[in-house]
Design a protein around this ligand. Structure first.
Ligand SMILES: *Cc1c(COP(=O)(O)O)cnc(C)c1O
Length: 226
């Protein structure tokens, strides 16, 4: 008997998540294209990522610059339409690599990092799409700009650093209902004229969709626990 655990059936999980996402969109009266799925591949072995890539998924989320470059560096040449997103905190000493590598950075949350991205974008002549991360539950252990500082920070990034912002990202507190946090993120985005909302993970993406998520980030429910 083999002692190996059977690998997670990530392709089946992926198909189910896509169905659930489409159902939540329909039930919210939103179109099938109104939200997109980021498959969060951080910490996962390639054997569970590959079936999802083969099934047609192209948008993947990673937490660490180095790990993402190792995992996707070579594969990327075979898939011109990959959309690789940094969803974990960015240190300014990694800004050059992050700007050069990612299609989207969702974790812009302080002036220092905005400045580093702006400088690198200038140097490299390319800039990833950008989201600002909001610490929506004002939790000490989480990164992100505080809700009350968000309007000012968005203006600073847009005007002082001349960076285009696509939308906002948040990770709400684990405890309690998520709806009010998703609603608050949406309100901040709307009053700042931002369209995209990256919110909702494995256990709350359906709720996030009803509150207007345009990007959901699902890891565990597709790839299993790591
Ligand atoms: C890990 C992670 C996710 C995915 O969370 P799951 O609960 O595994 O779906 C989403 N967003 C961010 C920022 C993450 O770090």
């Amino acid at each position: 008997m083999s002692s190996q655990q059977p690998a997670t059936d990530s392709a089946a999980n992926y198909a189910r998540i896509v169905r659930d996402m489409q159902k939540a969109l329909r039930q919210s009266g939103r179109g099938a294209e109104a939200a997109r799925l980021t498959a969060v591949s951080k910490n996962q072995p390639w054997e569970v990522i590959e079936p999802v890539l083969k099934a047609g998924q192209r948008q993947f989320g990673e937490n660490r610059v180095q790990e993402a470059m190792q995992r996707w560096g070579e594969v990327r040449g075979d898939y011109a339409d990959l959309d690789l997103r940094l969803i974990g905190p960015l240190q300014s000493n990694k800004a050059a690599e992050a700007v050069g590598f990612f299609d989207c950075i969702e974790s812009v949350d302080r002036e220092k990092i905005a400045r580093a991205i702006a400088d690198e974008a200038q140097k490299q002549g390319r800039c990833p799409r950008l989201f600002i991360q909001v610490n929506i539950g004002e939790e000490v252990q989480k990164t992100g700009i505080l809700p009350q500082d968000a309007d000012g920070f968005i203006k600073t990034v847009q005007t002082d650093f001349a960076l285009k912002i696509e939308g906002l990202m948040c990770i709400p507190p684990v405890e309690g209902p998520r709806g009010p946090y998703f609603a608050l993120l949406r309100k901040i985005a709307e009053r700042n004229g931002l369209r995209a909302l990256s919110m909702g993970m494995s256990d709350d993406f359906k709720t996030a969709i009803t509150f207007g998520a345009t990007e959901i980030r699902v890891g565990t429910a597709i790839f299993g626990y790591r």
